[in-house]
Design a protein around this ligand. Structure first.
Ligand code: MTE
Ligand code: MO
Length: 255
């Protein structure tokens, strides 16, 4: 064995004993309580240092990427989506339902009439690329105020039109995402219908996509069909709050 293998062996052994220790520790209710308290403390400490309402950096028009890459679904083949795209989304409506006082269905014209925001921001994908673009859209905070969230609502689930994994059973291959109400009410969180001053193209999520600027790329759901307010997302698709989360990505992808 060379030195690296020896080290690897030692580390694996150490990890195994830590795991074993954790297993035993978690059986002890007193220790479990202690751990829960410690977690609460770290969460509170983290809240003090990371201001979740802080704005993401904004850029100038000169910074806009000449070639903003498109990723994931770029031209959904789902028949319902194809039919809507064929008439340039004239028949498309965004449904807002779930735990809201006033469920609604909004056309693009309705959305364009709502309080809007334009911002030039950087999109960061976990695959290791970034691009800067200008986004205009309806402010999600104002929209959920119109719909009126019920007190039990804790998350918004974004249901998309595209099937990214055709081999997944049932509807499990359909893209979806979810965010909490802090991100939903963040001033830079918008439902974008324009990109770089023109209507959103199909590859970037036409007719409407989420921009949630304090989060990584996969949270920015494209091809929006429905926003559902929920108390909990365990019953939706794979139960982890998003297409990629169901496949192992972090739910909270804050940047
Ligand atoms: N509906 C849907 N939304 C999606 C995806 C997708 O495949 N389908 N991919 C995500 C990922 S991983 C990224 S990086 C961005 C890419 O957005 P873009 O195509 O505009 O660059 O969209 C996100 N939103
Ligand atoms: Mo991504």
């Amino acid at each position: 064995m060379n030195r690296r293998d020896t080290l690897r062996g030692l580390l694996a052994g150490a990890a195994a004993s830590v795991l074993a220790a954790c297993d035993k520790l978690t059986l002890n209710p007193v220790v479990q309580q202690g751990l829960a308290m410690a977690e609460g403390l770290t969460r509170r400490a983290q809240r003090l240092v990371t201001d979740r309402t802080a704005l993401a950096q904004e850029f100038t028009r000169a910074d806009i990427s000449p070639d903003f890459r498109a990723n994931g679904s770029t031209n959904p083949g789902d028949p319902d989506y194809r039919a809507l795209a064929a008439t340039n989304f004239a028949d498309w409506k965004l449904v807002i339902d779930g735990l809201v006082e006033r469920p609604m269905a909004l056309t693009l014209a309705d959305l364009r009439g709502l309080p809007a925001r334009t911002q030039i921001t950087r999109h960061d994908c976990v695959e290791g690329w970034s691009a800067i673009g200008e986004w205009t859209g309806a402010r999600l905070g104002a929209l959920i105020d119109r719909a009126g969230l019920k007190p039990e609502a804790r998350y918004l689930v974004f249901h998309c039109a595209d099937t990214l994994d055709p081999n997944a059973p049932g509807d499990r291959g359909r893209y979806y995402e979810s965010i909490d109400l802090i991100d939903a009410r963040h001033p830079q969180t918008i439902l974008a219908y324009d990109m770089n001053g023109a209507p959103l193209s199909v590859k970037h999520g036409a007719p409407l996509r989420l921009r949630v600027e304090r989060q990584l790329g996969y949270k920015h759901a494209k091809y929006l069909m429905r926003i559902e307010a929920v108390a909990d997302f365990a019953h939706i698709s794979g139960g982890k709050g998003g297409f990629w989360e169901d496949r192992g990505y972090e739910w909270y992808a804050g940047i």
